[in-house]
Design a protein around this ligand. Structure first.
Ligand code: NAP
Length: 484
């Protein structure tokens, strides 16, 4: 049987090395957002099953942390190899449950695998320090230890990538994981669980529990055996989890929403800026946390940008992600489409100029037309809220100071972009932008080697890079006395 069909046909999740059903026997449907057909079911688990997964993870912890970093590295590298070997099946599965074009799914599988490889290698470099001691007879040693059982909660927009970014470092430093994937895209997570099993990651070290977000989330955040929670998702849910984690004083990382400004100055390479704008805004149908949410364009090039950008947007082909030639897929669900519709109606009603799109797509279902609206004002909803859809709002600015003030006028602080050929301006703007990630003349900047994460209400903690590993460790200071 085809790998993807096996995963979708199983109706089980993965706890302590076993494929299990919910205690109640209940399941939840998983739908294809493009055709709205039901693809299969996953167990509708709650607190009890999550508690058992945490117990299993805790039992597996001592053995897992006592293995050498090289032993863990070898197992994660086997896992990495299996992910690459199954790239086609994993990509098809992702497109079926998430909707993104197959080419984008492939890229996500490859980039997710790279996070596994990066952290497998980086785990061998979880160095400590020996600090010069103020005492002749004592030594000061600082080591990095695994934090313990990690609860991982992930969203639907990158169903495999987000898990690899979190489970990779956790496993590498010696932490077992209990993963709750998004209910709309659980199959990609269960496929990773299957490959972790084939890679002989020991039972209990990698668990995936599907089901009620509230019940599973409550257990992961309140159970004292979970020592860290790593969450990617909305700011609304992130704030809730932060509160819930306070009861047991857990370490927590939060990768939350964004409202990225995309600044284009009059001296920019306009062709490059338009290419970057399209990639940033329309990848994953605009459903990425770092995608451009507001285009800020300098007055001198405003009209020519609007003309060229609209022309480029008009060439984009929405369609089923499995079809050759589809540039963007559907939105994830009806609520996502309504959200975009609401922002468009608000902007037009407040004087926004609709240049292209602005309607549900004739493909029906969850498809929405790629849309450009000019003459945006800060009071409009699409300036203030994360859009998460194929809607590009454009606003005119005159001066650098005005652009910076507008760009930073948001409670979010994840990603920002600036296009200019003036080196001094590039430095000034990138330093002035209050965001965790800044792209200068580039809009696709994520990679496992660099730290990814936000400030302000976009959260805290970093993924990728050496810093992404540290988030799964705690520092221990040992004072060695008796040196004579
Ligand atoms: P979401 O509604 O916050 O859901 C994210 C995850 O949290 C899902 O697994 C969801 O489960 C779970 N969840 C929902 N309510 C919960 C609760 N009360 N307790 C515990 N878990 C709960 O976000 P989303 O709509 O799936 O994802 C889109 C958001 O993620 C956007 O805001 C986007 O910017 C953000 N995001 C951020 C980053 C980043 O790195 N900063 C990356 C990607 C996405 P169910 O699916 O079962 O509801």
């Amino acid at each position: 049987m085809d790998f993807a069909d096996m995963i979708m046909g199983r109706s089980t999740c993965y706890i302590n090395g076993d494929w299990v059903i919910a205690d109640s026997g209940r399941t939840m449907d998983v739908e294809n957002p493009s055709s709205l057909e039901v693809l299969g079911q996953v167990p509708d688990c709650g607190g009890e099953e999550t508690s058992r997964a945490i117990e299993a993870a805790c039992a597996a912890w001592q053995n897992w942390r006592q293995r050498t970093a090289l032993e863990r590295c070898s197992l994660i590298m086997d896992f990495y190899g299996l992910v690459l070997d199954h790239e086609d099946e994993l990509a098809r599965l992702m497109t079926l449950e998430q909707g993104k074009p197959l080419g984008e799914s492939r890229k996500e599988i490859r980039s997710g695998a790279e996070y596994l490889r990066w952290f497998a290698e980086e785990g061998r470099r979880a160095y400590g320090k020996i600090i010069p001691s103020p005492w002749r007879e004592k030594r000061i040693l600082v080591s990095r230890e695994p934090v313990g059982v990690v609860g991982i909660i992930t969203p639907w927009n990158f169903p495999a990538g987000m898990i690899c970014r979190k489970a990779g470092p956790a496993l590498a430093v010696g932490c077992p994981v209990v993963i709750k994937p998004a209910s709309q895209t659980p199959f990609s997570a269960l496929a990773l669980a299957e490959l972790s099993q084939q890679a002989r990651i020991p039972k209990g070290v990698f668990n995936v529990v599907t089901g009620s977000p509230v019940k599973i989330g409550a257990e992961l955040t309140s159970n004292p055996k979970v020592r860290k929670v790593s969450f990617t998702g909305s700011t609304r849910v992130g704030k809730k989890l932060l509160q819930q984690c306070s009861g047991t004083v857990k370490k927590i990382s939060l990768e939350l929403g964004g409202n990225a400004p995309f600044l284009i100055f009059e001296d920019a390479d306009l062709e490059l800026a338009i290419e970057g704008s399209i990639k940033s805004k329309f990848r994953n149908a605009g459903q990425t946390c770092i995608c451009a949410n507001r285009f800020l364009v300098q007055a001198e090039i405003y009209d020519v940008f609007l003309a060229k950008f609209s022309k480029a947007v008009s060439k984009l082909q929405p369609g089923d992600g499995l079809n050759e030639g589809s540039d963007l897929g559907p939105l994830i669900d009806e609520a996502a489409v309504s959200h975009v519709e609401n922002q468009v109606a608000d902007a037009v009603q407040r004087g926004g100029r609709l240049l292209i799109g602005g309607q549900r797509h004739s493909l029906g279902g969850n498809f929405y037309q790629p849309t450009v609206i000019a003459d945006i004002r800060p009071k409009m909803l699409l300036f203030k809220e994360e859009t998460f859809g194929p809607l590009a709002p454009v606003v005119k600015f005159e001066t650098e100071d005005q652009a910076i003030a507008m760009a930073n006028n948001t409670e979010y602080g994840l990603a920002g972009y600036v296009y200019t050929r003036d080196l001094g301006r590039a430095w000034r703007i990138s330093e002035a932008l209050e965001f965790g990630l800044v792209g200068v003349n580039d809009s696709l900047i994520s990679t496992c080697e660099a730290p990814f994460g936000g400030i302000k209400e976009s959260g805290f903690g970093r993924e990728g890079s050496c810093y992404g590993l540290e988030d799964y460790t705690v520092l221990k200071y040992t004072c060695m006395a008796g040196m004579g």
